[in-house]
Design a protein around this ligand. Sequence first.
Ligand code: SF4
Length: 164
Amino acid sequence: MLKVTGTLVWYYFICKRQVWLMAHEINPFQDDPFLEIGRFLHAESYAREKKEVEIDGMKFDIIKNKDGKLIVAEIKKSSRFLESATMQLCFYLYRLQKMGINAVGEILVPQEKKKYSVILNQEIILKIEDAIREIKEIMHYPKPPEKRKIHFCTHCAYAEFCFA
Ligand code: SF4
């Protein structure tokens, strides 16, 4: 049974074809420099504060308790894909809420010295539930959705696969 993950939610808000490719474990080229930068930033930034925690398959970069409030933080390399990053974090907050854990989110962008607050509300919950439903549908398509040239393609590790 294919499982909806936070990573798939991130891709869903960028490119639905990528959701299918990821879900079917068609791995992108591992020497893609964009991925390398991401890995480096992930490893180096916030190294002292970083407390990676895994709950029920969800991996959080940082979990902290501030003034009695649980904060779940994700580290991103850029705020260019903020909608995707926000919805990915909302997906985690939604799943935590289903487990009886109320938390708020933060997106940290060390390279830009930026921090964005993420709070779950009813409108976002409906958007997440729609996304989960459609991701499940996409995953069960017999073949990937058609490629569609978008701005993200130039940064996408599947670019060669799609457009070579
Ligand atoms: S290269 Fe473009 S169309 Fe292909 S998976 Fe990446 S974002 Fe989607």
